[in-house]
Design a protein. Structure first.
Length: 156
């Protein structure tokens, strides 16, 4: 049975592993390099840097999804301000491939949306890379709709 709970200090190594898996899964996808370049850490420690930053930031929530009491997924989100709006931004969500299609992804995203609501957010944004159909479908099934497409053209 799946469950969701706040990431605890004992979960941080597992969260780093999951974020490293998430990064590995998107490497080579269109847009991934620029998305990852927004993190000020080197590629070798991006997962560690992200998890440590999320764990230390009071405006960020990190939840883990479990199946049979084993951590198989995580979601992290940050509260930001855009003009008059308080916006929740899903920074990362990932579920191990062998644990997909059992409700963990839906449960962790929904729990984070509830956390955003409880923290005064008026909106929630999430990013899905072009061609990442499974992430897009999960987000759409959770009530998300595209509000912005970013098109990119390298000059050199």
């Amino acid at each position: 049975m799946e469950a969701v709970r706040r990431a605890e200090p004992k979960d941080l190594d597992r969260c780093r592993e999951l974020v490293a898996e998430a990064i590995a899964a998107i490497e080579g996808q269109r847009g991934a390099a620029l998305l990852l370049a927004t993190e000020p850490a080197s590629a070798s420690n991006t997962a560690t840097s992200l998890v440590d930053r999320w764990a230390a930031d009071e405006n960020t929530e990190m939840l883990v999804g479990t199946f049979s009491d084993v951590v198989v997924g995580l979601v992290a989100g940050t509260v930001t301000h855009l003009g008059d709006h308080v916006v929740g931004r899903i920074e990362c969500f990932y579920v191990e491939p062998d644990a997909r299609a059992v409700g963990v992804g839906q449960a962790i995203v929904q729990s984070l949306v509830e956390w955003f609501d409880a923290h005064g957010c008026t909106d929630v944004d999430a990013v899905a890379l072009p061609g990442d159909r499974s992430s897009k479908q999960l987000l759409e099934s959770s009530g998300f709709k595209a509000r912005l497409l970013i098109l990119h053209r390298p000059l050199h």
